[in-house]
Ligand binder design. Structure first.
Ligand code: ZN
Length: 434
């Protein structure tokens, strides 16, 4: 038995003093802070806060097949260092992509024994594989992802009309998550000017694709989720759809909440992602969307690649890989912004832990409460640091050298600290298994 004692414990969206009793892999009870218990004591300092482990449902691990971009060992080590105790891996950029049960098995075999945090998997919906979606669901994926626009890799083709996939998903009451940009409203951009790149992928392209998704979700009754929302212009439409009964949830990412188009240097392709980081006013509107509940959660969209693919030597936004590596940094990046905006840490934790766990139905994750997995993070929110070396396989990130607040001092997975010397203890998660 272990008891964590702290003046600041995030419980149900607020901070309170508490003693958190852990028995084996689970939280047994949340008790008054001075309760006497015969257990190993972990007493947090006055500057430390006990958080539930973060849940990041949008991570591209890329293994097998593009393991030189990232991999289960490095991704999950980076996650642990960043206070993330559960990740859900995207179905693309690995080879094979996760488009049927056989490819899911290949990925599980690749991940087995390597993971320092718990890992779940998304499946993929592409033209013609509607018949595979139910088998993937039954095999334990947490939902299926489609791209309404080109995905960037040829083996995962776009599904601009997801009607058939939505009908299939609705039939088993599953979840379809969508990259929502409209290829008809996106133009090819080349060159070093960041403003040109942003203009090539306008807010209207997101709004158009989201409108189509919402309409089809309404018609089929399927549950849908919009990944990595960048365009705040789509927020009123999303709120209206939800109010009218469409089953939709929305995520955004640390980069859209922390970075602005104005600050991206021309030629600095470390900042390239799709949809793009937009202007400061858009960033403010996304924060507003979080606070008013239109946006449900914040997840990383950690999508790294090898340094050469960022084409830093030419700085051409058209040719560079689009994806931002941030798995280890999501919490301090978001918290640094939230803190400046006067938003409580507990609210950030709801967005980065409880809500993503809810999205995928991981009922034992995302909260400090009796019966939950003892996934815990000791966090020092006021401690400043400068982004230096990271555990990601490739060191490229737009946050390099940034001054942030909030240091993860230790991360606990199901009752034990995650330590480099110990063998990886992460489990491969299956939907519906508690
Ligand atoms: Zn992604």
């Amino acid at each position: 038995m272990i008891v964590f004692r702290a003046q600041r414990v995030v419980v149900d969206g607020v901070e309170q003093p508490a003693a958190v009793l852990v028995v084996g892999e689970s939280i047994e009870a949340v008790l008054p802070v001075d309760t006497l218990v015969d257990a190993h004591e972990v007493v947090l300092g006055p500057e430390e806060v006990l958080l539930p482990g973060l849940v990041d449902t949008h991570v591209h691990v890329n293994e097998p097949g593009r393991t030189e971009w990232e991999g289960f060992a490095t991704a999950t080590a980076a996650a642990a260092a960043g206070g993330v105790t559960t990740i859900v891996d995207m179905p693309l950029n690995s080879l094979p992509p996760t488009l049927d049960v056989a490819s899911l098995d290949v990925k599980r075999t690749a991940a087995a024994g390597q993971c320092r945090v718990d890992v779940g998997f998304w499946g993929g919906a592409v033209p013609g594989n509607e018949g595979q979606l139910r088998p993937l669901h039954d095999a334990g994926v947490f939902g299926v992802k489609c791209f309404l626009i080109d995905s960037g890799v040829p083996e995962f083709p776009a599904l601009p009309d997801p009607s058939a996939a939505l009908r299939a998903v609705a039939a088993y009451d599953g979840l379809l998550i969508a990259h929502a940009e409209d290829g008809d409203l996106v133009v090819d951009a080349t060159g070093r000017r960041y403003a040109d790149f942003v203009a090539s992928r306008p807010e209207a392209s997101e709004s158009s694709a989201i409108a189509r998704l919402l309409r089809l979700a309404g018609e089929t009754g399927a549950r849908v989720h919009v990944v990595h929302l960048s365009a705040a212009a789509a927020l009123p439409m999303l709120a209206a759809a939800r109010a009218s009964g469409v089953r939709v949830s929305v995520e955004t990412c640390p980069h859209y909440l922390a970075l602005t188009a104005e600050e991206v240097p021309d030629g600095d392709t470390r900042f390239k992602c799709c949809p793009p980081v937009r202007e400061a006013g858009n960033r403010d509107a996304l924060w507003h969307g979080l606070r008013d509940g239109t946006i449900d959660m914040i997840v990383s969209d950690h999508s790294p690649c090898t340094p050469d693919l960022k084409r830093l030597e030419t700085g051409d936004f058209g040719q560079a890989w689009g994806g931002i590596a941030s798995l280890q940094l999501g919490l301090p990046v978001v918290w640094t912004q939230a803190r400046e905006r006067g938003i409580p840490l507990a609210e950030v934790v709801t967005w980065m832990s409880h809500r993503p766990a809810e999205l995928v139905g991981l009922h034992r994750k995302g909260r400090i409460a009796a019966g939950q997995d003892a996934d815990l993070v000791v966090f020092a929110p006021e401690q400043p640091f400068t982004v230096g070396e990271l555990r990601h396989r490739n060191p490229i990130t737009p946050y390099a050298g940034r001054d942030l607040r909030g240091v993860v001092r230790s991360t606990w997975l199901r009752g034990a600290p995650i330590e480099d010397e110990a063998p990886p203890r992460g489990r491969l998660l299956v939907r519906g298994e508690d």
